[in-house]
Write a protein that binds this ligand. Structure first.
Ligand SMILES: O=C(O)CCC(=O)C(=O)O
Length: 265
């Protein structure tokens, strides 16, 4: 007797293994290797190139932020180097396909609970790290500008190409999501100061999240992370979305509450 092959709904997605989950709990990040299919990665790259070629707004330029290495202004050489294509979710159905991909959702539910929400106000972007005019992002926690009752959000960083030390992969301080810091350990822009010996001791323990296309880095919104500029000749693309549990709604009136959110069941 012939049987139909199982559909996505028939399959049971178990999410992360116990050791992956424990790694996240202990270190504030975990790498899920080869999670996305090649087909989705290729379609995300196509949408990304389209957005860059046409410079489809909203975009953030390197010059807007003035991080070390960025051009000083939009009008000088390299001034129009894009740092991120914002509102990624609106740039093609393949983004929705990715952020609702059952194995990704199953993993996030293990960390955040049975009902997930993607706040489109944060990340919701494609990071485009260009070879010549990219910049260094200092040590920070993503929660610094976000407003939620509980600091419990997780970002999913999908590599569309190789990410390594040369092209500015993310670096993370393991366990920093559970550490208590004094305000004076951060500067006025909430960057973790790398001139303080107590901070340097922690930064020395950081690890590089080297990724291949289709790999996903999940990291907690309190995990300290940083990245250098891209020292290679090829642009690095990464798709980043943030997720929260349904009960952790953004604080009314804050920037976190200023955009619609994607409810994921
Ligand atoms: O790729 C980078 O330069 C770092 C990006 C980052 O840390 C962020 O957007 O929070």
């Amino acid at each position: 007797m012939e049987t139909d092959s199982p559909t996505m709904d028939d399959l049971c997605y178990e999410g992360m293994t116990l050791s992956e989950r424990m790694h996240f709990e202990e270190h504030g990040y975990v790498i899920l290797r080869d999670l996305s299919s090649e087909d989705v990665v290729q379609r995300l790259i196509t949408a990304t190139r389209h957005g860059l070629e046409q410079v489809i707004p909203p975009v953030e330029y390197e010059a807007d932020l003035q991080y070390p290495g960025a051009p000083d202004s939009l009008v000088e050489l390299g001034g129009k180097t894009v740092r991120r294509l914002k509102q990624a979710h609106s740039r093609g159905v393949v983004f929705t396909e990715w952020m609702t991909f059952p194995p990704l959702i199953a993993s996030l539910k293990q960390l955040l609970g049975p009902e997930l929400v993607c706040p489109l106000a944060h990340h919701n972007c494609i990071m485009t790290k260009e070879p010549q005019f990219s910049s260094d992002t200092g040590w920070h926690q993503d929660i610094r500008y976000w407003s939620f009752p509980r600091p419990n959000l997780v970002s999913a960083w999908l590599a569309l190409g190789n990410e390594n030390r040369e092209n500015g992969c993310l670096q993370l301080v393991p366990g920093s999501h559970r550490m208590a810091f004094d305000q004076q350990q951060f500067d006025e822009d909430f960057f973790f100061r790398d001139d303080l010996p107590e901070n340097q001791n922690l930064i020395e323990q950081s690890v590089h999240a080297e990724l291949e296309p289709g790999d996903v880095l999940l990291f907690h919104c309190q995990t300290l992370h940083a990245a250098t500029r891209n020292h290679t000749t090829e642009t690095k693309y990464s798709v980043v979305f943030t997720f929260r549990g349904a009960e952790n709604s953004p604080i009314h009136g804050s920037r976190s509450a200023a955009s619609p959110e994607l409810l994921i069941h």
